[in-house]
Unconditional design. Sequence first.
Length: 201
Amino acid sequence: MNVLSRSAMTAYGNLVDLRNTATDDATKASLATVEKAWAVLRDMVSIAPNKGDAATIAKLGDDMLAEADRMTRMFESAVGTEIAKMVSLAGRQRMLSQKVARHYFYAAWGVAERPEKAAFDKARSEFAEALETLRIFPKNDDAIRNRLTMLQEQWGFMVAAFTPEKMSTYHPTGARHVATASENILALADELTLLYENLKV
């Protein structure tokens, strides 16, 4: 099974889990919006990629991410604990790292526009800030600190590819580094999210 198929299955599974978790009307409405956006996006990325669809897919992805982020903050607010904030922050790193990787490939493909570059810079900044917030959280245990160290290393590998020279055209080696690092970050952020969920304080 390729990365795209695994990602689609993960997205579907996450949506099912959220359906079983959402209780209030506002969260349910937000989830319905995310599910509708995901259905359209899933169909578009299921066909052979082409530059003509790039801007539309980027817009659909951004709209879905914005609503998913809003829904996540609803869950965080409903719980209202410092651990819930760390869970949300660790989970959000998954989205930010994928957004950064997307811009790299769009730039290398020659389809990145000015708003995309601004979103890339913002996502990079937010990822770095959140990583530092997670790092200095005083209740981190050894397992969390270990994952954070690994996450920092993978982020460093990824950032090393973000030079104007490497992003101005497609470089197979740089592309492999970004793809590998982004998937590693995704897995590590998943582990971190679970570790924070189960952290005993």
